[in-house]
Design a protein around this ligand. Structure first.
Ligand code: NDP
Length: 281
């Protein structure tokens, strides 16, 4: 049986530390602020936004929620972002994705000034990450790295396979693991011999969005398995990409879903917001 990597517990420790930091700030000083823009009424987005708001309340971050109609124009969203960019009460701006089709996601995201881009999605911040500069880090990839570090799992020299090459998970995670001296292999839907490649991984990370994508025959005995995927089974329960019941018997370490990367992503968002606040000029 593999050791379960408890993302919920670690995320709570991180949030407690942030809360202590905020509590130590002088009473007359403005608290950090996070603005969240949500366009339309996608139920999953609403759940994520609610969880983010709850974490803000716990830590002592002011949260400003903008519930916008799905018919809103791109110009209007850009106008709101422009105002938030110069608002002193706001340290982080987050646009909940996905956006309706008539809105250009890239234009909207890149309108956020880099030091308030707490999701770390803008071209500038991704560029900084690429060059290895200090600064905001993408939340889900950073959540993966932090879990490995907190469980004292060696990254340096390890062979890491990431399944999924999206701009928000797979690609930035490949950069971060490389910075930590891992040898990284990024695989995707066009990869040949996917199963064989996964089986050679010391650290296997799945970010696909398909239930039971990673089966026990794709996992090396004693390896570390990180499940980023969020899916629902036929009864509506949240599951990851990994066939947890069978993979758990082979893996050395494994993250559960729920309770693995999900809460860590939120903790990293909180950390980024506090970082922006503390580094405010
Ligand atoms: P995307 O849909 O943007 O990317 C999915 C990736 O999986 C693509 O690179 C795609 O390949 C690859 N893929 C699809 N099918 C296969 C296959 N059969 N074999 C190999 N690769 C395949 O997803 P995201 O990165 O945005 O999210 C991935 C998952 O992670 C989702 O379940 C999402 O909900 C979850 N997620 C969880 C977060 C958390 O906080 N826990 C945060 C963010 C995401 P190709 O590029 O070739 O199409």
């Amino acid at each position: 049986m593999g050791i379960i990597i408890d993302g919920k517990k670690i995320s709570e420790e991180i949030k407690n530390n942030l809360r202590k930091k905020i509590l130590s700030i002088k009473k007359d000083k403005m608290k950090p602020g996070l603005a969240v823009l949500i366009v339309g009424d996608d139920p999953a987005s609403k759940i994520y936004v609610k969880a983010k708001k709850k974490s803000c309340e716990y830590i002592g971050i002011n949260s400003f929620e903008f519930n916008l109609s799905k018919e809103i124009s791109e110009e209007k969203i850009l106008e709101i972002i422009d105002k938030l960019n110069t608002d002193e009460k706001v340290d982080g701006i987050l646009v909940q994705l996905p956006l309706p089709k008539h809105i250009n996601q890239e234009t909207v995201i890149n309108r956020i000034i880099p030091n308030k881009d707490v999701d770390c999605f803008t071209k500038v911040n991704i560029g900084n990450l690429f060059y290895g500069f200090d600064g905001l880090k993408p939340c889900t990839p950073n959540g993966c790295i932090q879990l490995l570090k907190r469980y004292n799992i060696e990254i340096s020299g390890k062979f890491c396979v990431i399944v999924g090459r999206s701009n928000i998970v797979g690609k930035p995670l490949s950069i971060m693991l490389t910075k930590n001296d891992a040898t990284v292999c990024l695989v995707h839907s066009k990869t040949l011999n996917l199963k064989e490649i996964c089986k050679t991984a010391d650290i296997l990370i799945s970010a696909v969005g398909k239930r039971n994508m990673i089966t026990a025959d794709m996992v090396k005995q004693g390896s570390v398995v990180i499940d980023v995927g969020i899916n629902r089974d036929e009864d509506g329960y949240v599951t990851g990409d990994v066939d947890y019941k069978n993979v758990e018997k082979i893996a050395g370490y494994i993250t559960p879903v729920p309770g693995g990367i999900g809460p860590m992503t939120i903790a990293m968002l909180m950390e980024n917001t506090v970082y922006s606040y503390l580094n405010k000029k």
